[in-house]
Design a binder for this molecule. Structure first.
Ligand SMILES: [Mg+2]
Length: 233
């Protein structure tokens, strides 16, 4: 594995930085302006959903009706709140282990890419001052379909000129793992092993996880899977 991987593609939200709080606070402001409280628990189903889908979930929850034109205006307002919130992000908000891993990959001439379906992902990389560490960047503005469609990762690999089977995707969401698998790539999930069972390897964090260790663990998982298969036959 160590010798075959030539690129590492990073999801943004939940891997490079956590913007869930910024999304939540933005929707909370909208709900509050209509006279409703909006709790973190109620926000759960909105996580990972597109802006319009999130709004529709919110309206349904609150029993509020809006016309399509009004929905567009609300989505734009929510994005304004969100952009104001993420503009306050700093390097200190980069999740543990990411910066070290990016620097290590570059020192070893492994290509790096952003593969996010978020429309604000490139802007966030600039705010975090990480954009110079990526050889290619693909965000929601570049693709027609979000994950689990493989388009985000396929485009990232194409821009890097690296074959999919030589790419590793790092993701925190099951939809993202599915997308990477559909693209024919190797996968590392970061988070809950139950939710990310489709991944080749699941880590609880990227902290203290050098590239070499990730490759060694991937190799080990691969060997074990192979052994399991042989046992079955
Ligand atoms: Mg994510």
């Amino acid at each position: 594995m160590l010798h075959t991987l030539q690129a590492c593609i990073f999801d943004m939200d939940g891997i490079i930085v956590d913007t869930a709080e910024a999304h939540y606070q933005s929707w909370k402001k909208i709900a509050y302006s209509w006279g409703f409280e909006f709790s973190r628990a109620a926000n759960q189903p909105l996580k990972g959903a597109s802006r319009m889908h999130s709004l529709e979930l919110l309206l349904e929850m609150l029993g509020v009706e809006k016309t399509n034109a009004e929905k567009e205006v609300i989505c734009a307002l929510k994005n304004d709140y969100y952009l104001a919130s993420i503009s306050e992000l700093t390097k200190a908000d980069v999740l543990p282990g990411v910066l070290n891993l990016l620097q290590e990959l570059r020192s070893q001439s492994i290509k790096t890419a952003l593969g996010s379906a978020s429309r604000n992902a490139k802007r966030i990389l600039q705010i975090l001052e990480l954009d110079h560490l990526f050889d290619a960047q693909v965000d929601g503005n570049d693709v027609h379909e979000g994950k689990p469609n493989p388009e985000v990762f396929q485009l990232a690999a194409a821009r890097l000129h690296i074959a999919p089977e030589r790419c590793l995707v790092i993701e925190d969401a099951a939809k993202g793992i599915t997308a990477a698998k559909r693209a024919g790539m190797h996968t590392v999930g970061v988070g809950n092993p139950e939710e990310l069972k489709g991944a080749d390897l699941v880590l609880s964090t990227l902290e203290d996880m050098p590239w070499k260790s990730i490759c060694t663990l991937l190799d080990k998982e691969g060997t074990e899977t192979q052994a399991e298969r042989e046992k079955l036959h």
